[in-house]
Design a protein around this ligand. Structure first.
Ligand SMILES: Cc1cc2nc3c(=O)[nH]c(=O)nc-3n(C[C@H](O)[C@H](O)[C@H](O)COP(=O)(O)OP(=O)(O)OC[C@H]3O[C@@H](n4cnc5c(N)ncnc54)[C@H](O)[C@@H]3O)c2cc1C
Ligand SMILES: NC(=O)c1ccc[n+]([C@@H]2O[C@H](COP(=O)([O-])OP(=O)(O)OC[C@H]3O[C@@H](n4cnc5c(N)ncnc54)[C@H](O)[C@@H]3O)[C@@H](O)[C@H]2O)c1
Length: 411
């Protein structure tokens, strides 16, 4: 009887909390145990590099559920309790306190963790990463005390933190290994928009740079030494060079792990009693015909109901178009689809790129595979429809503001 079962969720981020919610919404009456390594109830991370970091959003705004939600929905929340091992034969997990917990179904929602800078001096005080709310607090405090910060990596963390630092009146240098910020995601046609945006806001953005060492004095970071001998001084160094899936548990348990925990389209791993969702999951995506691991909020929000349905033995497939957004200075954008390097052969612009009011479409063989609306709103659903339709789209009509987006694919 489902009412007598125990479902364990490892990981108390957005995906873990939403999975507990979805299980209850879908009628699961058994025991739900949510083991969360962090000593704080599940919260969402996007504000940590935006409104919360800038002091505009309150701490209460970050949480997924109210404090009493867990009791009222009979979700046993074990805070400060990591799952440390999985015994798949006995269907039992080990907890950090040495306890054991038998499960009927297990969900891995362990997320991702910042990649560490593998350089001399990188363990000095004042070298900061951003993943947890405490990290955001520390960086905000640093903005109060610092006159210049050095940011390593011009990805999402690096650029959003740069915007927050500028808003706080702090001078910013950003060092990026690639030739452009966000190059891997946006490609050479669109990434210059973000380079221009940050430079216009006074960021000293240096690309194609190799950092050799974090310099320090008395155990405290004082800046960086570049491979070409350049020295850059700063009061603090903030590192955002990517995140890695926290898949060690799954790997140790012998599950299929390749850049994340591999699942089918129903979010089931190579063990039929174990599921994965959120940043840690490398899920087969039916629309794309391959596995992808998405490190974005919408994925951690929408995969859990599918994982919950699968845990309950109901047919469900996760096939949403990947989606994410960012806010930096006065630029807001939404991106839908998936267009990594080599996935597209043409980029079409619609609107005014110079004014940063445009849509970019990444095309492959005449079809839209991704689209990004910048400071233009209420169009992302239409972009997703275009991608999902798989129909050829005429580039001239795509670029023409007079042609409604929902009529482009029909021609
Ligand atoms: C600063 C920041 C800003 C972001 N902004 C955006 C944005 O604007 N837009 C967007 O689309 N995405 C954004 N993201 C990405 C988004 O936050 C992630 O995709 C999302 O947090 C993934 O949720 P998750 O639950 O899968 O993983 P996580 O949020 O990483 O949560 C996993 C949790 O599991 C815990 N855990 C790990 N191992 C164990 C274990 N063995 N046992 C128990 N618990 C464990 C971790 O401590 C963590 O609390 C941002 C991320 C960061 C860090
Ligand atoms: N708006 C959003 O969606 C958003 C916002 C913040 C964070 N996040 C998520 O948080 C996670 C971490 O973000 P991130 O910005 O750290 O990762 P990222 O992968 O977005 O960017 C990392 C950047 O660091 C650069 N880099 C790598 N090694 C370097 C080095 N040694 N020196 C200089 N540059 C180097 C890379 O070329 C890349 O541009 C990701 O999962 C991201 O999706 C998302």
């Amino acid at each position: 009887m489902p009412g007598q079962m125990t479902f364990v969720i490892a990981g108390g981020g957005l995906a873990g909390a939403k999975a507990a919610e979805a299980l209850r919404e879908q009628g699961f009456g058994g025991r739900i145990v949510l083991a969360a390594e962090e000593g704080i109830r599940p919260y969402e991370r996007p504000l940590l590099s935006k409104g919360y970091l800038q002091g505009k959003a309150s701490r209460e705004a970050i949480f997924v559920h109210s404090p009493d939600w867990y009791d009222t929905h009979a979700v046993e929340l074990l805070l400060g309790t990591a799952v440390t091992g999985i015994d798949r034969d006995r269907r039992d997990v080990t907890l950090a306190d040495g306890g054991h917990l038998a499960y009927d179904k297990l969900l891995l929602a362990t997320g991702a963790a910042p990649r560490r800078l593998p350089l001399p001096g990188a363990d000095a005080d004042g070298v900061l990463y951003l993943r947890r709310v405490g990290d955001s607090d520390r960086i905000r405090d640093t903005f109060q005390a610092a006159s210049r910060v050095l940011i390593i990596g011009a990805g999402w963390i690096g650029l959003e933190v740069a915007a927050a630092a500028r808003a706080a009146g702090v001078a910013v240098t950003v060092l990026e290994a690639a030739e452009l910020p966000l190059l891997h995601v946006l490609g050479p046609q669109v990434a210059p928009v973000f380079a221009g945006l940050h430079r216009e806001h006074g960021v000293d953005l240096r690309t194609g740079v190799r950092v050799a060492e974090i310099t320090g004095s008395g155990g405290k970071a004082t800046g960086a030494l570049l491979a070409d001998g350049t020295r850059i001084g700063a009061d603090a160094v903030i590192v955002g060079i990517g995140a890695a899936p926290q898949a060690g548990l799954a790997e140790a348990a012998g599950l299929d792990v390749r850049d994340g925990v591999v699942t089918d389209a129903s979010l089931r791993t190579s063990d039929p009693a174990i599921f994965a969702a959120g940043d840690v999951a490398s899920a087969f995506h039916p629309l794309l015909g391959r596995h992808i691991r998405v490190e974005h909020w919408a994925n951690a929000l929408h995969q859990p109901p599918v994982a919950a349905a699968s845990m309950l033995g109901r047919g469900a497939v996760y096939d949403r178009v990947p989606y994410f957004y960012t806010d930096q200075y006065d630029l807001g954008m939404e991106y839908a689809g998936y267009a990594g390097p080599g996935d597209y052969d043409q980029v079409i612009f619609r609107g005014d790129v110079g004014k940063r009011e445009f849509i970019a479409f990444w095309m492959s063989n005449g079809r839209v595979v991704a689209g990004m609306n910048v400071n233009i709103w209420d169009v992302n659903d239409a972009i997703q429809d275009l991608i999902r339709s798989g129909q050829p789209a005429d580039p001239a009509r795509l670029a023409d503001l007079a042609v409604p987006l929902n009529e482009v694919a029909a021609q």
